[in-house]
Design a protein around this ligand. Structure first.
Ligand SMILES: N[C@@H](CCC(=O)N[C@@H](CS)C(=O)NCC(=O)O)C(=O)O
Length: 202
C-alpha cells in the first residue's frame, strides 16, 4: 500500500501512528507528497488534493484519514482502533471527530496567518478558529482518564496527534495552561515510539 505522505501533516501522522501501533507500518510505502505544490500529481490519486491518501494494491485509493484508519483496522488481529462495544464506541468516535476538528481549525488558522496574503488577513476568522480549539480542549480536559487505552485506540492517537500539532505550529500558545491532566497525559503519550518516530519537521 502506498501512503501519500507529508512529514508536517497531522492527519498523515495519525495514520502512521495508528499503523505503527497495530504492527502495520511495514506495509505502508510512503510517497513524499507536497499537497501545496501545483506540480504534484496528488490530484491523480485524490481529486481533493489532500494528504493522506492510501493507494491499495488493486489501485483503489482511500481518503480521508478517518476512512484510512478504519481500513487499517480491518488488517490486524489486535485490539481494534475503533472499539465496537457500548458507550465506549461512541465516545471514541466523538473524540476522534473532536481531535480532527481541532486539526481542521488549527490548519485553517495556519493558512490565515501564514499562507494568505497579508492584505487579506481576517482577524475574526483567526479568532474563530482559536475559539474552536480552546472549546474543544476544554471539553476534552475533564475526560482525560478516558484516553487511557492500551494499545491506544483511535481517540488517544488522534488527540495525541492534535496536541502535537498545536505544539508544532502554535508553540507560543499555552494549551497546557489550566489543563494539567491533559498536559500530563500528553507528555507520557508523546514518549511512545510511534510518536517519537513521527515528530513533525519542517
Ligand atoms: N479531512 C482530511 C484533511 C486532510 C488535509 O486537510 N490535509 C492537508 C495537509 S495537513 C492538505 O493536504 N491540504 C491541502 C489542501 O487543502 O489543498 C483528512 O482527515 O484526511
Amino acid at each position: 500500500m502506498t501512503l501519500r505522505h507529508s512529514p508536517t501533516s497531522p492527519y498523515v501522522r495519525k495514520v502512521v501512528v495508528a499503523a505503527t501501533e497495530r504492527g502495520l507500518a511495514d506495509r505502508l510505502e510512503l510517497k513524499a507528497t507536497n499537497p501545496w505544490d501545483p506540480a504534484d500529481d496528488l490530484p491523480g490519486d485524490n481529486p481533493l488534493g489532500k494528504v493522506p491518501a492510501l493507494k491499495l494494491e488493486d489501485g483503489t485509493v482511500l481518503f480521508d484519514s478517518p476512512v484510512i484508519v478504519r481500513y487499517l483496522d480491518t488488517l490486524h488481529g489486535a485490539a481494534p482502533l475503533f472499539p465496537q462495544d457500548g458507550d465506549r464506541r461512541w465516545w471514541v468516535e466523538r473524540t476522534h471527530a473532536l481531535a480532527d476538528g481541532i486539526l481542521d481549525a488549527a490548519v485553517a488558522r495556519l493558512i490565515e496567518t501564514v499562507r494568505r496574503p497579508k492584505e487579506f488577513y481576517w482577524a475574526d476568522w483567526e479568532a474563530r478558529q482559536t475559539d474552536k480549539i480552546d472549546r474543544a480542549l476544554d471539553l476534552l480536559a475533564p475526560e482525560v482518564d478516558r484516553l487511557a487505552s492500551d494499545p491506544p485506540d483511535i481517540a488517544a492517537i488522534a488527540v495525541g496527534c492534535a496536541l502535537g500539532y498545536l505544539d508544532f505550529r502554535f508553540a507560543n500558545d499555552d494549551w497546557r495552561a489550566g489543563r494539567p491532566g491533559l498536559a500530563q497525559w500528553y507528555t507520557r503519550f508523546a514518549e511512545r515510539a510511534s510518536m517519537q518516530d513521527t515528530v513533525p519537521k519542517g
